[in-house]
Write a new protein. Structure first.
Length: 172
């Protein structure tokens, strides 16, 4: 029974860690690295546990990508507020991409469509997560990796957008 609900519990725990890591970054606490690392790692395990227990739930499929976006956005906003890094334009690109995709996914779900996460989407999120971890740890290379991850994030966004548009046009 514990394994059955563990994946969703990890997703919810990641959601609950967002304000904690946000506050720790603003306080320049060394614990911010640890808390963000734990939150990011839960993303690796929640999907794995759900598939392993053969218990992929509708709640998990809805909540996981939303919480991923909220974690990344929240931490990047905190980094910008504390260190002005990444720059405002990069933050705006990231937030705009997420807003467009989350809105599009909600519209698609309302119409009975579902877009699964792709390899490029997972890779972009993984690269951004590593980059953000390095940025929280104040490792100089983190910002360069962030830019690379942001480019891939945008490419993945266009891929999702094209796939969503194809689904909507196929309705006609």
């Amino acid at each position: 029974m514990l394994t059955k609900n563990m994946a969703n519990a990890l997703t919810v725990s990641r959601l609950l860690l967002i304000p904690v890591v946000f506050k720790l970054i603003l306080e320049d606490s060394p614990f911010a690295v640890l808390v963000f690392g734990i939150a990011a790692l839960t993303d690796l395990f929640d999907g794995y546990l759900a598939r392993r227990a053969n218990n992929v739930t509708e709640l998990g499929r809805l909540l996981d990508p939303l919480v991923d976006r909220l974690l990344i956005a929240g931490v990047v906003i905190a980094l910008f507020l504390k260190h002005q890094e990444p720059p405002l334009w990069a933050l705006a690109v990231l937030l705009t991409r997420d807003f467009i995709l989350l809105t599009g996914m909600a519209i698609l779900r309302q119409r009975g469509h579902d877009i699964r996460v792709t390899f490029i989407g997972k890779a972009a999120t993984a690269i951004l997560s590593v980059a953000i971890f390095l940025m929280v740890a104040r490792v100089d290379f983190g910002i360069m990796l962030f830019y690379a991850g942001l480019v891939l994030y945008i490419v993945a966004g266009f891929d999702y957008l094209a796939r969503g548009m194809n689904l909507l046009y196929s309705e006609r």
